[in-house]
Design a protein around this ligand. Structure first.
Ligand code: ZN
Ligand code: ZN
Ligand code: FE
Length: 764
C-alpha cells in the first residue's frame, strides 16, 4: 500500500421519512453515479436502504447531498449509518424492493401538478398534450389514491388502468422523470373525463373540457372532480353565478375560495408577498388568505365584507385546462352541504341534488376524501386554518412510541389523530360532527388510517364534553379504553406536541376559544393554564358571564353583548348598537331570563367577548358562520391607537368590566371604530403579557403557549408574541395544525400518550 492510495469504506445508509413514491431511488442512483460511488439502493416497507462503497470523505459528502438535494416531495427524517464489509460491486444499481414485517412507510401527501408536467400539458409536440391526468415522480395524486402500502400501482386506485407500452417503458427507465411514478398514464391507457349536463346522458361527442368551459361561461355551476373530491365551480367574476351558488349552498356570507392559473394571475386580485407567492406555488398548493385588491373584476359576492380573499392555484391538469380555456378565476368550493364532508364518489355527489347544473367527472376513483387546505401567513410564520390536502397525512414526530393512541378530536372542524411508534398522524379535516354524514365519514376514515398504519390503540382520547358525538362514537366503539382530556388542556398540549416541548416541563398556556367543556361543568374559553402533558392547573380565566340561551346566543352576538354589559354592571342604553337590535318586550324578557338564570349557561369564553365587542361597535349582530364577528373585529382594527384599555387582574379572574366600560365611554365620545377595535386587541395582548410575566416570576416558567381558535386572529397573535418576547418570554403557537379545534386531536393524543401511558406493571 502506498501513502497516496485512497482508503475505500462501505456503509449501509437507512433513510426514513417520506422517501417512497417520491422519486427517491432514482435520485440516489443519479447522485451516486455522478459521484462515482459503488453499491445499490432499494426500498423496504419502512425505509430506503443504500449500500454504498467509496472513499470515506465522498460518502460523507454523499450523505450531505441526500439531505440537501432530495426530490421535491421527499422529506427525510433520519439517515442511520452503519459500517459494512467492503465488497467489490462495481457501479451503482437499483435493486428489488424487500418487504420487512410489521412496519410502515410514510405516505406522501397529494402534490400539485409540477411545472414540467404543465409545460408538457400545453406542448402540442408532447405525447401527453392536453392529457388531463399528466403526472410524474414529482407531482400528482398520492394519499387520495393509495389503498394500502407499500405504495405500488396495484395498491392504488390506478390498479384498473394497466400501463401501455410507452408508459411502461418510462416507468422502468431510471433516467426518465416518470421512473416508478405509480399514477402515470397517457391518453392510451389512463383515466378519462366525461361531461354530463343536468339530466342529459353523458355527452360522448364533445370535448369534456370545452363543454365545461362553455357551461361556466354561461354562468352555470359545474361539479368538477378533483384530487380529494368534487368542487362546485362557477365564474368568480359573474355576480349572478356566485349569487346562485350562495343560494343553492345556503351560504349567506362565508367567503368562497377562488382558483387562478398562476401567481401572476393571483396578483391581479390580491396583494401577494414573496413568501405568499412561494406558499401558493408550493406542492401543497393550499388556499392562502390574502389581502384583496380593490376594484378588480372579482364579484363582491365572493367574500362579502371581507378584505381577505382565499386564493389557490390550479393544482391538477384538469384545472389548468379549464382555466386556460375560461381565462377568468373560478369560485371553487367543496361539493357538500354546510358542515358535511366533501362528496368524493358519484353517489355522494348525486345525493346533492339541485346544487350543480353539470358534472365534469373522471373514472379514477378517490379512495381517501380530502378537502382543500386553508392557511394564512402571520409575518413569516404559517398559520394553518384547515389542514387537509397537501399536508395530510404527514406525521408530527412524536417521541412517545408506546402505547398506540387514537384521539378523536372535538365536534367542530373535526380531525382525529393516531399516534404510534414515534409518529402522530393527524387526519385531514372532516367536518362538523353534528350531522350523520360527517360521523359516517369519520368512522370510515379512522378505520382506513388505523389499517394503513397498522395501529391498534390501547388508549382512545376524547373531549370531556358529555354531548360530543365524537366522544359518543369513542365510547360506543372503544368503551374499555376511553380517557377524557379537558378541551383547553388539549389546545395547549397541541402546541407542546408540535414544538417537541418536554412533556414533563410546565408551560404557561393561554387557551382562548369559543367553547370548551370545563372541569366544573361550565363553558370555558378564556383560560390560563399552567400545564404539562400530564396535568394542568387553571390559574386564571376571564370573568364568567351568564349567556342566555347558550348555543342560540352564539349565532347572535347582540345577545352576547347584552349579557356582557349586564355582567359588567353597565346600562343597556338605547344609544348602544346591540340594544337597538331588540324591542322593549324582547329586552324585558332577556333581562328576566338573565336575572333568573333560567336557560342560561355560565361561560368564560374569549370568543364570546370578541363577539360582544364586535356587536357593541355595530359591526355584526347576527352571524351566519363561525367566528364571523371576531374576524370582522380583527379586520376593523386598523388604527394603531394609543391609550389602550386595561383588563382588571384579580387572580384568578381577568376582569372584563374596565374594558367594556372604556369601550362604551369611547363610543359615547365618538371615537372611531378602527381605534376602538385596535385598543381592544391591545388590551387582550396586554393582559396576556401581564399574566404571563406574573406567572413566569412566581413559578419559574419561561415558555408561553398560545392555543385555541381565538389565535387564528393574526393581529392578536402578532401583538401577543411581540410583547411576550419583549418581556423575555418564549412564545410558541400552532404552525403545523390549526390553533382551532382542528388541532385538538394532536393535543389529546399528546396528553393521553403521557398521562395515561400503560406502566410496565400493567396499570395506568
Ligand atoms: Zn410532474
Ligand atoms: Zn400510457
Ligand atoms: Fe376549542
Amino acid at each position: 500500500m502506498t501513502s497516496i492510495e485512497i482508503v475505500r469504506l462501505a456503509e449501509r445508509l437507512v433513510v426514513t421519512g417520506v422517501v417512497q413514491g417520491v422519486g427517491f431511488r432514482p435520485f440516489v442512483h443519479r447522485l451516486a453515479t455522478e459521484m462515482g460511488l459503488d453499491g445499490h439502493v432499494g426500498n423496504d416497507s419502512t425505509s430506503v436502504f443504500i449500500d454504498v462503497t467509496g472513499p470515506a470523505e465522498l460518502i460523507d459528502g454523499f450523505v450531505d447531498r441526500l439531505y440537501a438535494d432530495a426530490p421535491a416531495l421527499a422529506s427525510i427524517e433520519h439517515i442511520a449509518r452503519t459500517p459494512l464489509a467492503v465488497t467489490s460491486e462495481p457501479g451503482f444499481r437499483i435493486v428489488k424492493s424487500r418487504c420487512a414485517e410489521g412496519a410502515r412507510t410514510l405516505v406522501a401527501p397529494d402534490a400539485a401538478v409540477c411545472a414540467d408536467c404543465v409545460s408538457e400539458l400545453f406542448d402540442p409536440a408532447n405525447r401527453r398534450f392536453r392529457h388531463p391526468f399528466i403526472t410524474c415522480t414529482n407531482c400528482g395524486p398520492r394519499f387520495t389514491i393509495i389503498e394500502s402500502v407499500p405504495y405500488d400501482r396495484p395498491n392504488t386506485t390506478m390498479a384498473g388502468f394497466p400501463m401501455c407500452q410507452e408508459c411502461d417503458a418510462e416507468y422502468r427507465d431510471p433516467d426518465d422523470r416518470r421512473y416508478h411514478a405509480q399514477p402515470i398514464a397517457c391518453a392510451d391507457c389512463g383515466p378519462t373525463l366525461s361531461f354530463q349536463a343536468a339530466d342529459d346522458p353523458v355527452d360522448v361527442e364533445a370535448d369534456p373540457i370545452v363543454r365545461t368551459v362553455s357551461t361556466l361561461a354561461n354562468g352555470e355551476i359545474v361539479a368538477i372532480k378533483g384530487l380529494g373530491g368534487y368542487h362546485l365551480a362557477c365564474d368568480a367574476t359573474n355576480d349572478d353565478a356566485v349569487a346562485a351558488l350562495r343560494i343553492r349552498k345556503h351560504r349567506a356570507d362565508k367567503p368562497f375560495a377562488i382558483m387562478v392559473a398562476s401567481v401572476d394571475h393571483a396578483a391581479q386580485f390580491a396583494h401577494v408577498s414573496d413568501a405568499e407567492a412561494e406558499l401558493l406555488a408550493s406542492p401543497a398548493s393550499p388556499i392562502v388568505l390574502l389581502r384583496a385588491k380593490a376594484n378588480t373584476t372579482l364579484s363582491p359576492l365572493v367574500a362579502p365584507g371581507n378584505p381577505l380573499v382565499g386564493i389557490m392555484l390550479a393544482y391538477t391538469p384538469v384545472h389548468h385546462l379549464i382555466i386556460a380555456g375560461h381565462e377568468a378565476p373560478l369560485v371553487m368550493t367543496s361539493a357538500n352541504r354546510s358542515g358535511e364532508p366533501i362528496a368524493h364518489g358519484r353517489t355522494g355527489l348525486d345525493a346533492l341534488t339541485g346544487l350543480h347544473d353539470a358534472v365534469l367527472d373522471h373514472d379514477r376513483p378517490i379512495h381517501m376524501p380530502v378537502d382543500d387546505s386553508v392557511v394564512r401567513l402571520v409575518g413569516d410564520r404559517l398559520l394553518p386554518i384547515r389542514r387537509a390536502r397537501g399536508y395530510a397525512p404527514l406525521p408530527v414526530a412524536f417521541e412517545r412510541a408506546r402505547p398506540d393512541v387514537l384521539a378523536v378530536g372535538g365536534d367542530l372542524k373535526n380531525t382525529f389523530c393516531v399516534a404510534s411508534g414515534g409518529h402522530a398522524w393527524v387526519g385531514q379535516h372532516i367536518g362538523d360532527m353534528a350531522n350523520l354524514k360527517t360521523l359516517q365519514a369519520f368512522d370510515d376514515i379512522v378505520d382506513r388510517f388505523m389499517d394503513f398504519y397498522d395501529v391498534h390503540p390501547t388508549i382512545v382520547a376524547i373531549d370531556a364534553h358529555p354531548g360530543y358525538q365524537s366522544s359518543r362514537w369513542a365510547r360506543n366503539h372503544h368503551a374499555d379504553r376511553v380517557v377524557e382530556v379537558q378541551h383547553h388542556h388539549a389546545h395547549v398540549a397541541s402546541v407542546m406536541a408540535e414544538h417537541h416541548l418536554d412533556p414533563a416541563a410546565p408551560v404557561i398556556g393561554f387557551a382562548f376559544d369559543g367553547t370548551g367543556y370545563g372541569e366544573d361543568g361550565t363553558i370555558w374559553g378564556g383560560e390560563v393554564l399552567v400545564a404539562n402533558a400530564f396535568e394542568f392547573e387553571r390559574i386564571a380565566h376571564l370573568s364568567p358571564i351568564a349567556l342566555p340561551g347558550g348555543d342560540a346566543a352564539v349565532r347572535h352576538p347582540c345577545r352576547v353583548a347584552l349579557a356582557h354589559l349586564r355582567g359588567a354592571g353597565l346600562q343597556w342604553s338605547p344609544s348602544l348598537a346591540p340594544v337597538n337590535e331588540f324591542d322593549d318586550i324582547e329586552l324585558q324578557l332577556l333581562r328576566r331570563q338573565l336575572e333568573s338564570g333560567v336557560a342560561c349557561v355560565s361561560t368564560t369564553s374569549m370568543g364570546r367577548l370578541f363577539d360582544a365587542v364586535a356587536s357593541l361597535l355595530g359591526l355584526r349582530h347576527h352571524i351566519t358562520y363561525e367566528a364571523q364577528a371576531a374576524i370582522e373585529l380583527e379586520i376593523a382594527a386598523t388604527e394603531c391607537a394609543t391609550g389602550g384599555y386595561r383588563f382588571g387582574w384579580d387572580a384568578p379572574e381577568i376582569v372584563v368590566q374596565p374594558v367594556l366600560e372604556a369601550i362604551v365611554a369611547d363610543l359615547d365620545r365618538g371615537q372611531s371604530i378602527g381605534a376602538i377595535a385596535w385598543r381592544f386587541h391591545d388590551a387582550v395582548a396586554d393582559i396576556v403579557t401581564r399574566v404571563a410575566i406574573d406567572t413566569a416570576r412566581d413559578r419559574g416558567i419561561a415558555t408561553v403557549v398560545l392555543g385555541g381558535g381565538t389565535f387564528q386572529n393574526a393581529l392578536l397573535t402578532h401583538l401577543c408574541t411581540e410583547r411576550l418576547h419583549e418581556a423575555g418570554l418564549e412564545a410558541v403557537t400552532n404552525c403545523l395544525v390549526p390553533p382551532n379545534d382542528g388541532g385538538l386531536a394532536l393535543g389529546q393524543a399528546f396528553v393521553a400518550a403521557h398521562a395515561h401511558a400503560v406502566h410496565p406493571d400493567g396499570g395506568f
